[in-house]
Design a protein around this ligand. Sequence first.
Ligand SMILES: [Zn+2]
Length: 109
Amino acid sequence: MSTPYNMAFACLDCHSSFKRELKLAPCDYPKQLTCPNCGGVAHNYGRHFKAPKKSDKKQWEKVKFLHEHGFRFHKIRIGSGHHDVVPYPETLEQAKEFVVKYKKYAVQT
Ligand SMILES: [Zn+2]
């Protein structure tokens, strides 16, 4: 039995996002789906991603920046056995420091 999760997907081309309920084992989650809006690539940003407003270009720029540096909005835990979760940056400026500071947590693509 696996619990269905609502995973958030977002398209960096047309800035739309949508949720999919996936009844799969976590290792089988698709990393990307076809964007229903533009037919491009919508990326899986997990359960905790909150998409910016469509018109908020700065925020989407930040999302893209983080994405390009290997941050896909998965939780970053520093240390083990406790709940020190690193919050994602609010602005592009903060994101620039963030990707350097937490480089080792970035996923390789
Ligand atoms: Zn799209």
